[in-house]
Write a protein that binds this ligand. Sequence first.
Ligand SMILES: C[S@@+](CC[C@H](N)C(=O)[O-])C[C@H]1O[C@@H](n2cnc3c(N)ncnc32)[C@H](O)[C@@H]1O
Length: 830
Amino acid sequence: MAASLSDLTRLVEWAGLDPELLQQAMTDPNIRRLVSENSATQSHLDFLPSQVSPGDEGDEDLPAKLLEQAKAAHLRDQFLPPIKAPQISRSALLASFARPSSRSRSTNGSTAVQIRQNLVGTSPGYATTILGELRRVGINDMFARMRQEGAYLLCRIISLTSHTVSVDMIVEDPFGIACMLAVYRYPTTLDCTEEQADAIFPIGTILAVREPCYRLPPSGKVPYVRVDAPSDIVFLGPDSALLNDVSWAARGPSVAIRQPDTAAAWKDRGNHYFKRKEWICAASAFSDGLVQDPENHLLLLNRSAAYLELGWFRSAAYDAERVIGMNLQNPQLVRKAVYRAAKAYYLSGRYDDVRRLSSGNPDGAETQQLCRSAEQRLCERDSGQYDWASIFSATRAPASRPDIAAYLGPVEVRTPTESSRPRGLFVTQNVKAGDLLMVSKPIASYFPEDTPSKRGEASMTFNMLKNAIETRGEYALVDLIVHRLWDDPGLASIIQAMYAGEGFPTASAYAPVPPTAAFSTGCLSHSRVPGVDIDIGRVEGVAAMDVFDISEHPVTFLVSASEQDEGNKPEHPAALYELPSFCNHACLPSAGRAFFGDVMVVRATQDLKAGEEVTMSYYDSTETYQKRTDSIQRQWQFACDCLLCKADLSDTAAARSQRAEAVAMLSSLGIAAIKQRIAQIKSSYSDSPERRQCGVKPELYLASRRLGFAYCSENSAMGMSFLTPSKAKACLIAFMDALEAVGLVITDRSVSGQVINPSALPVDTTRLPALSHLCTVSVIQMVSALWSIGENVRAKNWLKVAIRIENFDTGGAEALFREKYHSVLIDLPF
Ligand SMILES: C[S@@+](CC[C@H](N)C(=O)[O-])C[C@H]1O[C@@H](n2cnc3c(N)ncnc32)[C@H](O)[C@@H]1O
């Protein structure tokens, strides 16, 4: 349902926002960027001004103001008493859902924008009582602004669907009373077309909504039943006992969908959806066929294929294993079943089961190939040895999800009894800096490239848990987690154990669930019946607290200095991981992460003794103290007391703000001005024991590195590819200052003259830099500068330094280094 100003009005009403403020927001570049990121063409955002004047900084506080308003509207609503909702006539509701014909839609040249708008953090509940124990209510029995505990709403779909964030439809109860039903986060619906939503929720279908929540939007006009947890929806077949004494007062929908009545006809319908890649409809049709004929091996095989496509591996394996267990005489069907089961095991990391299946069924070439890959994965999983260079090559493509095994190193989750630290990750044995701690595959990952951009679509989520307005990535990720939970009750216990914010209790200890455990119980009895009741509030809490921005430490590309400085981030990929989520924060962390596609690789950044804590930095450690503190407070509400924070606090507040001002807008400054800023920054650090112990001065790093880049770019602006000796020298000094500011101990700062010991590296190799991930690019720039002035021995030695630091940071030794920095190294004779 696309609309422009009318949708904007609805949005304003729905979110309880002040229209004037929203209007103002739409002219604000910060909000504009947020809103327009998913839009294929700006022209479809016709309610936004077509031009934003360059240099217009906008109102920095606007996102915060909008968020506050959304929160206030929500709170107001919460404190209002439940009321009997106004009844809207069935015909008026149906008229509002009348869909223009596809012909008129394609010819009206609409410039409408579809606004995907949502509020996260309203603690949506979910039903846990089974349907049989609930009593039936009608729409007129329900009170708005409350969940109808102990009850279910029996209703029938009487309209086509409408789709913005939720899938909306009109339903009627047996008394003929109609209302709107909005279903959020139902598997595969976030980006589906209206036609696909119609197929998932066909007209005439009878539903039971467990413990429904009747909502009255702040506008107070049209009440609707809102389903936040899709497991609250139960599809009822015509034979359901719950319908025995039910007669429908109204005529029902005007268009009747004819449902198949034999297993074979359901199979044909499923195959039709499968060909159209509508996997959930296909799985549902095969399930309906199996209700008629539970032992039908073709339906089981086909449903297994649909489940594989949906990523519901537990059920895909189960269906295929059932077919294998039937000992069919047709070898082709047996091979298919074996391959589908093996593939489901492989994709869920159960490599031993792939081995088992393939040794019992040596015929299928595809299964044997899968088994060879499984052997490689088993080797990775058991040894922690990976071919990082090849993995890197494979992850160059966007939205990459590399096919490698997860690895669990010497780490465990526990709550320390010896200190007041919260539950976190700890090493179980002594480790060295650079040692691999874990290779973690995501529970769910989202890349903007996954969803082809939608014409004229805008996305804006007010996340009250994170105190932030977000783009669609974070919202979509919750959908992906729900999708996985549908088939995997084992994942529900992981989500249950993860930190979800202050409102959700967490267990103190946590042992990772081995992949085999999650598979121990059955499968989906029907694709429409999830394996678990979905605690959607907790999932949203986990997503708000534990999700990683996976573009922040990329292994896949070299971020240029100016990009790094100005952080004008496009919508970013994001992922949720199991063990890394238990890791507490330190601005100066004991571990670092690197991403190969959506796989997170965690290594120690310092030597750790058994029992010491593994920490990672949630934020960019080069941010100023104030920014780091604000960010952490806003989202996680704790105060960091790491060495860097202690060092920053050993300076006066005035000194901290002096250097915060000095690092602002560095990239727009010329060399003289940067030097001036560097002098200010240097004088702002006190020589405190805390600073000496910490050894890191992030602002000095930023400014000195900027100076180094300024020398290089000034030269290329003058059309010179080689640096003059004096420029090269100045550039080298600037980069060395930067590297020392993040903890690299340089033992030979000379840049010309005789190299005293050509075989010795110019750094202390026994002590690696505290913020090693910041070093390689600067060192490569030094290598280039040294090479350009003929300092080849020094250049080679600094290159060895770069390889060493990079290996310590991301592993992969020289092979990965060469692969990763190929485009830069090509100009150098190494
Ligand atoms: C992603 S979780 C980290 C793991 C969490 N401690 C757990 O029990 O699962 C983030 C939460 O951990 C706590 N936390 C993380 N780092 C901390 C630190 N340095 N000091 C105190 N609490 C911290 C905060 O409650 C924060 O909201």
